[in-house]
Design a protein around this ligand. Sequence first.
Ligand code: ADP
Ligand code: MG
Length: 328
Amino acid sequence: AHMINQIAAGEVIEGPFSVVKELMENAIDARATIIQVEIQQGGKRCIVVTDNGTGIPGDEIEIAFKSHTTSKLRTIDDLQHLHTLGFRGEALASIAAVSRVEITTKQQSRISGYRAIFESGQMTSMEETGCPDGTRIIVRDLFYQTPARLKFMKSDGAESARISELITRLALSRPDIAFQYINNNNITLTTRGENGLSPAVLSIFPEEIGRNMFETAQKTYFLENYRLSISGLLCQPHASRGNRQYQFYYVNGRSVRSEVLTQGLEQAYEGALMVNRFPLCVLYIDITPELLDVNVHPSKVAIKFQYPQWIVESLGDYVKQALQTQTT
Ligand code: ADP
Ligand code: MG
């Protein structure tokens, strides 16, 4: 049984990056308003994710760490109308299969919470304990039983850079949540969970970048019964960069990459930019779910739209209008 667990885990848990991603998404799904991520040695030695979300009832802790157990999906119909980031019930089981996990969790309505330890996927202890509302999960010694997998991990610096990029993307997707990222005891990123996007952007992006970005009014486009609404931040043409590092796109709440979106944005800036310069953006796109190719593999960031031309044109129109109002 252990073998099966470890093979299945390989698909979800590639390294520290995927552990942090899954734990943070669980915290967001648990409606946390404060999420702290702490890593040591690129996350290889230790990853700690703490949230102030709903917590897990004592009698559900062991179940939550079993494969294919999720509290988020009731019917298959839900897949089209998913409001949570997780739904496959794989992550905790996969993480626990390849590391040592400690969880402390408390529901707000309870006086005390629980601490449980998992080794090779099995719960080895659980006790009642006093602790703050929410959940803290500590993941130690990732891949300790599989030296072959250990070798595939990148340097501490490369792993923590990837995690930093991930936290940036999540923090921008939810400016209403306060995020903190601590890497080897250094506070590397902080957002305060204020209203509106600009404060988050200003605390994450370098000052000279944030200063050149501006908030745009939300706009909605229709094609028959389909709906597309766009909002977010754009930049002044003169603030463009030599790469696309500062282009962030969110579709229905998920961070994505899409050539259609890049094209829509960049065409609208064309003429205002020199060759090999790219605009910056943080764009939120909400679209009728039926227009997205339902390829809901959680590790996939690339998405496909139906009617891509309509998307390109609408986004182009949105950007042009925003730039015009900004300069007049
Ligand atoms: P999924 O997110 O796909 O449901 P996971 O394995 O990531 O699967 O989590 C299993 C279950 O554990 C979740 O459905 C949820 O009920 C619970 N859970 C996990 N993390 C948290 C958390 N931080 N706060 C509250 N509940 C959590
Ligand atoms: Mg999950």
